[in-house]
Design a protein around this ligand. Structure first.
Ligand SMILES: C[S@@+](CC[C@H](N)C(=O)[O-])C[C@H]1O[C@@H](n2cnc3c(N)ncnc32)[C@H](O)[C@@H]1O
Length: 359
């Protein structure tokens, strides 16, 4: 399954990169202000840009650190004892890297009937709900608890560098996505376990980008409206939520993995308390003020905004909002949307790239 993230730009990333390349020179400093899965930020790094990535969510922070901040492969130097106690040699990997050994050791974590098992599997008895929740098979939920406990222990004993911790949490999130019993987001689980949820959870090492450029990239976590005042760059790419669906509510389980905590899980969906990550971009009456805060605070001449005809604001609203700040140029392109046969949605969707230049 990989990552099914609402609004992910993986399908139109080349168009976004081309547009950025038309506006700023090679090696320019680009901010990806709402980085989500960090797909765009990582591609920008590959293309030689200096990147600042930010998002509200903790899981995005770990994705961005994993993609931007490694100059050399991780050695997990301080985790020797854990690796030697838990690594089991595999025939087809005769000379494993330290990273492969660490992932192998984590995959051998002893299952625990802990928080994930109790709150998110059918064998559990959630504290704040009468009915068990079917997000994971009982075996996978207990395996997640075991891996979380080991990562937590490694952190407690200072056996992981901060970037190594981010990378392992990123890998745990990616592995968890592969076996989650959900239709798209973590807003709901399926009633019966679907095929992929019956597979055993397995972590895999990520394909890491490395290089000396790592030190030039910056990863932040915070409200775009606030962090903007800390950023000075050549262009700021903004890919905001288009609709009312709050990311914090739809990806609550990934946020819990990323934070490594055990929050109260509430109601049928087992939502964590998420209002501290509420986004104004999901509320039509608040979007304009949020955009104005970003534009007035950030030091940059160019903004490039992704938006869609499905969005809460019309394209005319956008022009009216941005025009007082500079010249506005709009690129429109149509792309095929995924929809089920019964869906009444149009099969084509118009996406916009809105360029604000205020030189
Ligand atoms: C459309 S998604 C971005 C997808 C991303 N470009 C990708 O390809 O994965 C929107 C992102 O905006 C973030 N977000 C929403 N409101 C925010 C805010 N006020 N400040 C920072 N990030 C915010 C969400 O957490 C979400 O990750």
């Amino acid at each position: 399954m990989g990552y099914r993230y609402i609004g992910s730009k993986s399908k139109i990333i080349d168009t976004v990169l081309k547009k950025i390349g038309d506006i700023v020179p090679e090696g320019a400093h680009v901010t990806d202000l709402m980085t989500g899965t960090a797909t765009v930020a990582i591609k920008l790094r590959r293309h030689g840009y200096k990147v600042t990535a930010n998002d509200l969510m903790t899981y995005s922070y770990h994705h961005a650190i994993s993609g931007l901040k490694f100059s050399v492969p991780p050695t997990f130097q301080m985790a020797d004892e854990f690796i030697s106690n838990n690594y089991r040699a595999i025939e087809n990997i005769p000379n494993p890297t330290r990273y492969e050994m660490m992932i192998n050791a984590l995959n051998n974590s002893e299952p625990i009937e802990g928080y994930f098992w109790r709150e998110f599997s059918l064998s559990g008895a959630p504290i704040k709900s009468d009915k068990p929740r079917n997000y994971f098979s009982s075996e996978n939920a207990a395996k997640i608890d075991g891996i979380r406990a080991n990562i937590e222990k490694l952190v407690r004993y200072d056996a992981l560098k901060p970037n190594e911790k981010s990378l392992l949490l990123h890998d745990l999130i990616m592995g968890t996505n592969d076996v989650a019993n959900i239709a798209g987001t973590y807003g709901h689980h399926m009633a019966e376990l679907v095929g992929r949820a019956k597979h055993s959870l397995e972590l895999y090492p990520s394909e890491l980008l490395t290089g000396e450029d790592a030190e030039h990239h910056t990863v932040l976590q915070g409200y775009a409206e606030e962090v903007s005042s800390q950023i000075s760059c050549d262009i700021c790419y903004i890919d905001p939520p288009y609709m009312k669906r709050q990311y914090a509510a739809n990806y609550h389980i990934l946020e819990t993995l990323a934070r490594g905590d055990e929050p109260e899980a509430i109601g049928v969906s087992g939502l964590r308390p998420w209002r501290d990550q509420y986004s104004n971009f999901c509320t039509k009456t608040k979007i304009r003020d949020s955009f104005r805060s970003i534009i007035t605070r950030m030091k940059t001449d160019n903004f490039l905004i992704s938006y869609s005809e499905d969005g809460l604001l019309d394209i005319e609203d956008f022009v009216e909002l941005l025009a007082p700040f500079g010249d506005v140029y709009i690129d429109e392109f149509v792309h095929k949307r995924f929809k089920s046969n019964s869906s009444k949605l149009k099969s084509q969707l118009t996406e916009y790239l809105i360029h604000l230049n205020r030189e």
